[in-house]
Design a protein around this ligand. Structure first.
Ligand SMILES: Nc1ncnc2c1ncn2[C@@H]1O[C@H](COP(=O)(O)OP(=O)(O)OP(=O)(O)O)[C@@H](O)[C@H]1O
Length: 627
């Protein structure tokens, strides 16, 4: 048997095109050839179980080897093999209708994955790294003759009698000059680890040494010997392929360690397992969050039937869950099509909302099963939950029952618990509930203490997402608004009917305002007189909640540019009922009067960390003099 022929595509220059355009990630040739080899072993197993093959199956396996001197890489399997006819059918007739289509489409393609998948070019990816490819194969079919195929990357091929004595296929790549990097133990091991680590059939890559017990020596001490064993690079039964009922916590933790060797243990995990209306398995882990979010992205690995595809899971996993770790395996995700198509794909959308739902269900379950443990993990989980609530309506609806609000006393409440807690004290005269929060308890301590004295509870809102979360809650919760604790003096945070009587007459008040205006002498600080509790500080400096939020949004590029360009404006609230104010009013020495006013103002600034530089020095000097 010897036959020469032409690979049936309608253009002469297909290989140069493949080589040129697939150049960027040439390493995937190995993934393609090993996957084909695995498929071949799976197929023979199926034929055997269907009774269509009655010979010995043997230990099904795939082997990858290389020969640095001969400059070859060989991928062999004991799968179903091919007859010469099958080679002609499956290999020679490239699995796409016409090369013209290919030539037109390749222009848009951005990476090799796209081209290979779309045109069924898996096998031909070998020509990205090889000048010549040989196939030695023997089909499982009774009476089949071994066949040999070779092709040098032109459209000419040659089929002749082969030399394999056992069922299976051996593909040998004669590596080209530009791809010699692949003729290395380390490089090949790295690629196999990346793409083939969880394939379902053992893959042998060389051998390794192991130590083994070897009885005892003369003194009765245990002896060991080293032996050469096959280096199997993959775990054929990764946990996501198993039933959750068969797994222990330890298994999940071990698998996590295997995926991310240097990470801390995860908080908890979710085993995904659906077969309808799409096929998806996987395990998602909630990691302990670190401050540097970016580094933690792209930690979810996407597989298709245990073949690693990518760790770019955008679109498949909801944005707010991108910080999760773990694996997702789905043959239904169209891995080889372009990004824009992926976004529009209906199974991708379904998978995305399935994952959202599963995560919400898991959190609800944890919350119900053990509130205490849930609260302990809240600092880590909270960020996901809040981010999810802000970014996905559906998730908000589920999470509103298990999201927690934490206060400055380290107590946690659900939304409805908190509403019940603060309604009596924190409802204003119009029936509006006011939630008071701090984003910096140390800096806003004076305000917090004043508000606590009034019986108000202060929420801790100091995570990066909290600004958005507050905005979301204000939209969703009925008649509820949020005020940062330093947005006003405690008496004014929640407007109630019971305003205190002024002790000062209107004339005195105007005089006090004049004294302070003069002493402070800064246009950005507007002095106002209020009748507050005599126990409150004599002077408080605040920034209006609305103004502050607008400025914060402008700073984050939220389209509030107008506010961003406004100068910082503060209110200086002078407590007319405080005895220091009466003292200032009655002071006859103008210098002392001014010094006292300045002192009271500086103390207010100081308590908020607003007093710095020369002004701080001046304050210290003045204080010394006053003592
Ligand atoms: N090791 C092998 N053993 C038996 N048959 C093989 C082997 N490798 C390839 N084939 C046959 O050649 C065909 C073409 O392989 P190729 O990788 O080009 O495309 P594919 O596997 O069908 O699709 P994909 O583009 O997803 O890889 C396969 O479908 C299979 O029938």
């Amino acid at each position: 048997m010897q036959e020469k022929g032409t690979i049936s595509i309608h253009t002469e220059n297909i290989f140069p095109i493949i080589k040129k355009f697939l150049y960027s990630d040439t390493e995937i040739f190995l993934r393609e050839l090993v996957s084909n080899a695995i498929d071949a072993t799976q197929k023979i197993k199926r034929l055997s179980s269907l009774g269509q093959y009655n010979g010995e199956l043997g230990d099904l396996r795939v082997e990858v080897s290389f020969d640095e001197k001969a400059k070859t890489i060989t991928i062999s399997d004991n799968g179903l093999g091919m007859t010469a006819e099958e080679i002609k059918k499956y290999i020679n007739q490239i699995a796409f209708s016409g090369a013209t289509e290919f030539v037109e489409k390749f222009k848009e393609a951005k990476d090799a994955n796209e081209i290979i998948g779309r045109f069924g070019l898996g096998f031909y990816s070998a020509f990205m790294v090889a000048d010549r490819v040989e196939i030695e194969t023997l089909s499982y079919q009774e009476g089949a003759e071994p066949a040999h195929w070779t092709c040098d990357g032109s459209t000419e091929f040659e089929i002749s009698e082969g030399s394999l004595a056992e069922r299976g296929t051996e593909i040998t790549l004669h590596i080209n000059k530009d791809s010699e990097e692949f003729l290395s133990q380390q490089r090949l091991q790295e690629i196999l680890d990346k793409y083939c680590k969880f394939l379902p059939v053992p893959i042998k890559f060389g051998t390794k040494t192991e130590t083994e017990d070897d009885g005892e020596d003369e003194e009765g001490k245990p002896k060991y010997k080293t032996i050469e064993v096959d280096n199997i690079i993959n775990d054929t039964n990764p946990i996501w392929t198993k039933a959750p009922a068969d797994l222990k916590d330890e298994d999940y933790l071990n698998f996590y360690k295997q995926l991310y060797p240097f990470s801390e243990d995860p908080l908890f995990w979710i085993h995904l397992n659906v077969d309808y209306p799409f096929n998806l398995t996987g395990v998602l882990y909630f990691p302990k969050l670190k401050n540097d979010f970016e580094i933690q992205r792209n930690k979810i690995k996407l597989f298709s039937r245990q073949v690693f595809i990518t760790d770019e899971v955008k679109d498949i996993v909801p944005e707010f869950l991108m910080l999760l770790h773990g694996v997702i395996d789905s043959p239904d995700i169209p891995l080889n099509v372009s990004r824009s198509f992926l976004q529009a794909d209906s199974s991708v959308k379904k998978i995305n909302s399935y994952i959202t739902k599963k995560v919400a269900d898991k959190l609800a379950e944890l919350f119900k099963a053990d509130r205490k443990a849930y609260e302990e993990k809240w600092t880590d989980i909270g960020l996901f939950v809040k981010y999810g609530m802000v970014s996905e309506e559906k998730f908000y609806d589920k999470a509103k029952d298990f999201v927690l609000l934490s206060n400055t006393k380290n107590e946690n409440f659900t939304l409805s618990e908190y509403k019940d807690k603060v309604t009596p004290e924190q409802t204003d005269k119009d029936g509006q509930l006011v939630y008071i929060y701090t984003n910096d308890p140390a800096k806003q301590d004076a305000f917090i203490q004043s508000a606590n004295k009034k019986g108000y509870d202060i929420l801790l809102m100091n995570s990066p997402i909290d600004n958005h979360f507050i905005g979301q809650l204000e939209q969703k919760l009925e008649k509820t608004s949020f005020k940062r604790v330093d947005a006003d003096v405690a008496d004014k945070l929640i407007k109630k009917e019971d305003a205190l009587e002024h002790v000062l007459t209107e004339e005195q008040a105007t005089k006090v305002k004049g004294i302070f205006d003069k002493a402070i002498n800064k246009p950005a600080y507007k002095v106002e007189l209020e009748s507050l509790n005599p126990d409150e500080l004599p002077v408080t400096v605040t920034m209006d909640e609305f103004m502050r939020r607008m400025k914060e949004m402008a700073a984050m590029g939220g389209g509030m540019g107008f506010y961003g360009s406004m100068p910082d404006n503060y209110k200086v609230i002078v407590n007319g009922n405080h005895k220091l104010i009466s003292r200032i009013l009655n002071e006859e020495n103008e210098e002392v009067q001014s010094a006292l006013s300045k002192q009271a103002f500086d103390l207010a600034l100081l308590s908020q960390g607003l007093l710095t530089g020369a002004e701080l020095t001046e304050f210290v000097n003045r204080s010394v003099n006053l003592i």
